[in-house]
Write a protein of this length. Structure first.
Lengths: 570, 433
């Protein structure tokens, strides 16, 4: 990041303070004129509010993304809108349909003039207007036929959204993508599947494996108060508190106060940090006794943070799980970069101090500038050393598997090491499994409790699942015929649900009501439900494309009657 | 362009036949013609319900920004045909990544007018009336004409104002109870029934106070790039430019701050001052994207639809969405606060030490999370205790700051507080400890 050169330092424009109010702001910068402007260009300004969320790395990924929407309805187009605006590279809409008046009445990206024309072409036209740098295309084939005639077409996208498609086509598509990802080096294209009926919506994500390079955790610091690296401990121990004046003493950063106190404690306690609550109290009393005056803020901060001394530095549980995964243990020339990096990390933490690399960041704390910067530099230097050690191990791993030493870009290696605490991996399941009602669904059924908050949403999940089976036999959705048949359809869906849950007698009211609401919706697309789901889909798509933040894994039900949602992993 | 296409396809008759075709609403009619398992008793359904929604109801949208654009789209498609929208802002290029009714050529134009025009063009049959200006410039009678008010505002003071106005209207006349649906860009959607449910002011203590850096840190011991930027904007700008106001929308001003902050950072060996960070700190920019806005706006409009038609029970009364880690929503009933200055009946009590000066008392009011005030004027029934303005009253009351509060009040004296952020006056009963 741009930082001015030190030569400008002494030339702050003190003389300008004498100028009058009419001073021109541009002229007033003369005192610092050799600091380059870096004034943002039009594109940076357009994307300013989102760059603050996913930075330029995320934006780059987004700008390479090619998204396919299958099924051109209001929900799908709302999702695309929220992806075109932040600037994906390309979108294609696949639909053979012609626009009807009912489509226009629900979809903002159509106009009464569109009636009778290709719905995909019309929506592409209106969606493209949102962002001149995004490319849009319409393809008018029937999705099911295209899956048979040209499966390669689907594999050319970064991400696919299927909105309210025929259930059998969804499964064919899901199978295609799942199979493609099973071959070594094959594409792992996330599939987002949408189904909505009135106030009820379901979003599902199928992918084999997704890596998150930055979950954006609340804190990224690895302070290591209990297990300081040598230069930190030396620095803390070398300070002579007694020679300091009260100003200096009250500005020692709390990290130093705690590292030093912990180090002294360990010396007299056989190398152990405080264990029992008595010891912890004693530790705090010792710390308090170092105070020279009552109002030393740095000591107040240190006392408030002292719990960090006895919260042991270790490899986080989630990371440990990742390191033990087969794909990480057994790396080969075909392994993904992240797996190789994690493998090298496994080796890294196998030797002392058995901790992940130190992060170069430090929280703000009461301190003088010089003490703070000195401390910050200790962490930065340690990060550099840890990075070097990691890189040496990585080179050895790359050699072992037969890859060149520069197989993983330096930028990726550094970002991995800096962000080890924010790495995550999600393992998916094939959509077909959840459709067949195996495994996790049966567990969920066994644990069903109508008192829990998610009971209604789970009932709606079952209702949607059963409705898809209803569709398979009737070639129409429940609740789509005139109102008199609504109760009949509901009963039939109830019977299918009973078959799935395996309980014929005690059928919860919540299930009956959930089914009733889904059938009442008649698998229609209400504009507000479409907009809500479109927001959810785009949000998750952005996470999948940028590899930032943790995406949905793998099903969410939205119930807009009660304005609630619940997640499930099937 | 649209007109040319229309003619090519057979002219306005296509539009006429579209508008005459009532079956175009088949999707939404599924839930407007039929009752669901949770639908309220008062739901009629069918023609009567749809007539009210499509021809009689009148809805006000406050804000035509990130949430507002989405709200207008959703209301228009849901069948609200008489929509009014107020916004005082003009379009900036940084709006275009989410405020999807605007294009590059619209930069500088009124948000309200531009948004209204776009929606009417895209959804024929809908009438959107735009007001470019402040909500505070409209009298109560203006707000009385609407059935529902939907707010998509980023300004806390504007939300406090409309909330207080609608609560006051409902207190004066039950007939004037207007549901307020409040969308928050941080992920909240809530339904406020003025005087019935908790109001916006009831939850004011849930707002996280803005990060404030102590002046001594900024002046003497900067550690973060933010400290250098605050130094430039809070200390250096007034020193150099005297009374000239810092305009955080003026790139030249930001540039000046950026350069000053960079120089100071270099002097202290602090890394990380950038243009974007400078702008972010001084404008207090909150990141914003289309998808989050879409979810909140959709939820607000879904509630508007349910309130207008009774086709399903509406939200009671608060939903939050958080999208960092998977999809998470939390729906709960926020409770009324009995001592809420806007809708609560009970007066606020403040515990005060006998050794407190008036100044200390004022500082304690400013620090209160449940008040969120910054420049209070205090009076008793006998006159001003301390007013920061106008200058003559300020001069006359300034000496009181040093005095003990216990000496300034007489038995049972209540204190009345006015503040620019406070939409109503506040009565405080002092309890000396």
């Amino acid at each position: 990041m741009p930082v001015s050169s030190p030569s400008t330092v002494e030339r702050r424009p003190t003389k300008i303070t004498k100028m009058d109010d009419s001073i021109d702001v541009v002229q007033a910068t003369t005192g610092t004129s050799d600091i380059p402007s870096y004034r943002p260009d039009a594109k940076t300004r357009r994307y300013d509010r989102q760059l603050r969320l996913w930075a330029s790395a995320g934006q780059r990924s987004l700008e390479q993304a090619r998204v396919l929407l299958i099924g051109c309805d209001a929900t799908g187009c709302q999702a695309l809108k929220n992806l075109v605006l932040p600037g994906i590279s390309h979108f294609t809409i696949l639909s053979p349909q012609l626009t009807s008046a009912q489509d226009v009445a629900t979809n903002f990206f159509l106009h009464p003039d569109s009636v009778g024309s290709s719905i995909a072409k019309e929506s592409v036209k209106y969606l493209k207007e949102l962002n001149p740098s995004v490319e849009g295309a319409a393809r008018l084939d029937d999705p099911a036929s295209l899956l048979l005639s040209d499966p390669e077409f689907f594999l050319s996208f970064t991400l696919i959204v299927a909105s309210n498609l025929e259930p059998s086509t969804v499964l064919q598509l899901a199978d295609l993508l799942w199979d493609a990802s099973s071959t070594v080096g094959g594409p792992d294209i996330p599939l987002i599947v949408i189904r909505n009926s009135g106030f009820v919506g379901r979003v599902e994500i199928q992918l084999r494996e997704h890596s998150v390079v930055d979950t954006h955790p609340d804190t990224t610091h690895t302070l290591r108060l209990d297990a300081p690296f040598p230069s930190l401990e030396q620095h803390a121990r070398s300070l002579d508190y007694s020679s300091m004046d009260s100003m200096e003493h009250s500005h020692i950063p709390w990290v130093i106060l705690l590292v030093r106190a912990a180090s002294l404690w360990k010396e007299s306690h056989g190398g152990l940090i405080p264990q029992t609550s008595e010891e912890k109290t004693e530790f705090k009393e010792l710390l308090k006794s170092e105070k020279q005056k009552g109002d030393e803020e740095n000591y107040d901060e240190a006392l408030a943070q002292s719990y960090r001394v006895w919260s042991k530095s270790e490899v986080p549980w989630e990371l440990k799980q990742l390191l033990e995964d087969d794909t990480v243990n057994n790396v080969s020339v075909n392994s993904k970069n992240l797996h190789i990096l994690l493998h090298a990390l496994g080796r890294y933490v196998s030797s002392p101090p058995h901790l992940p690399p130190t992060a170069p960041s430090l929280p703000d704390m009461h301190s003088s500038t010089t003490s703070y910067i000195a401390l910050q530099n200790l962490y930065k230097t340690q990060y550099q050393q840890d990075l070097s050690r990691f890189q040496a191990l990585l080179v050895a791993v790359l050699n072992n598997v037969g890859l060149p030493e520069d197989a993983i870009p330096q930028e990726e290696v550094e970002s991995f090491v800096r962000n080890v605490g924010g790495v995550g991996v999600i393992k998916g399941t094939p959509l077909r499994e959840s459709r067949e009602g195996k495994g996790a669904l049966q567990d969920e059924i066994a644990n069903f409790d109508e008192e829990v908050d998610s009971a209604t949403c789970f009932g709606m999940y079952l209702a949607l699942l059963a409705s898809e089976r209803f569709y398979a036999t009737h070639s129409r959705w429940p609740g789509t015929t005139p109102s008199e048949d609504m109760a009949k359809d509901s009963r039939e869906v109830e019977d299918i649900v009973k078959g799935v849950v395996g309980k014929q007698d005690e059928f919860s009211d919540i299930l009956v009501e959930s089914i009733g609401e889904v059938v009442r919706g008649g698998f229609s697309t209400i504009p507000t439900t479409a907009a809500f789901l479109g927001g959810v889909v785009a949000q998750e798509a952005i996470k999948l494309v940028t590899n930032q933040y943790t995406p949905l894994d793998n099903t969410v039900i939205v119930n807009l009657v009660k304005s609630e949602s619940a997640k499930f992993k099937f | 362009m649209t007109a040319a296409v229309a003619n090519a396809n057979g002219g306005p008759s296509k539009l006429t036949s579209y508008l005459a075709d009532e079956t175009r609403f088949a999707h939404i009619d599924k839930v407007l013609d039929r009752r669901g398992p949770w639908t309220d008793e008062r739901f009629v359904g069918g023609k009567e319900t749809k007539d009210f929604l499509r021809t009689q109801s009148k809805i006000l949208v406050i804000g035509a920004g990130g949430l507002g654009c989405e709200i207008l789209q959703n209301l228009a498609l849901s069948g609200f045909n008489n929509i009014h929208v107020i916004d005082m802002d003009t379009i900036d290029i940084s709006n275009l990544n989410r405020q999807f009714l605007f294009r590059e050529a619209d930069v500088g134009k009124s948000k309200a007018l531009c948004a209204a025009e776009f929606v009417m063009k895209r959804v024929p049959g809908v009438k959107v009336t735009a007001y470019h200006g402040k909500i505070q410039d409209h009298p109560q009678s203006f707000y009385a004409q609407f059935n529902i008010v939907v707010a998509g505002l980023d300004s806390i003071s504007a939300r406090r104002w409309i909330n207080a106005t609608l609560v006051q209207m409902a207190q004066e006349d039950e007939e004037n109870l207007k549901p307020l649906i409040d969308g928050g860009f941080k992920g909240q959607a809530r339904v406020i029934l003025p005087t019935v449910t908790s109001c916006y002011e009831c939850s004011i203590d849930m707002l996280t106070p803005p990060t404030a850096f102590p002046i001594c840190t900024i002046a003497n011991t900067p550690r973060l790039p933010e400290h250098c930027i605050e130094w430039a904007s809070v200390l250096e700008w007034p020193k150099v430019f005297k009374d000239k106001k810092l305009d955080t929308d003026d790139p030249d001003h930001i540039e000046w701050l950026y350069r000053q902050a960079s120089a100071r950072a270099a002097q202290f060996k602090i890394e990380g001052v950038t243009w974007a960070l400078t702008q972010g700190v001084v404008k207090n920019i909150i990141p914003a994207i289309a998808s989050t806005n879409a979810i909140i706006a959709a939820s607000c409009c879904n509630e508007a639809l349910k309130i207008a038609t009774a086709c399903a029970p509406f939200l009671n009364n608060y939903m939050m969405y958080v999208g960092n880690d998977s999809v998470y929503t939390y729906t709960f009933e926020h409770e009324k606060r009995p001592e809420c200055p806007v809708c609560g009946g009970e007066s606020l009590t403040a515990d005060v030490g006998r050794d407190w000066t008036l100044e200390r008392f004022i500082d304690s009011l400013i620090a209160r999370q449940d008040l969120q005030i910054s420049r209070p004027s205090l009076s008793t029934s006998r006159g001003a205790l301390y007013w920061p303005s106008p200058p003559d009253v300020h001069e006359a009351t300034k000496p009181n700051l040093e005095k003990l509060l216990v000496d300034l009040l007489i038995e049972d004296d209540g204190i009345t507080v006015l503040d620019p952020a406070l939409p109503v006056s506040l009565s405080i009963t002092v309890n000396f400890l």
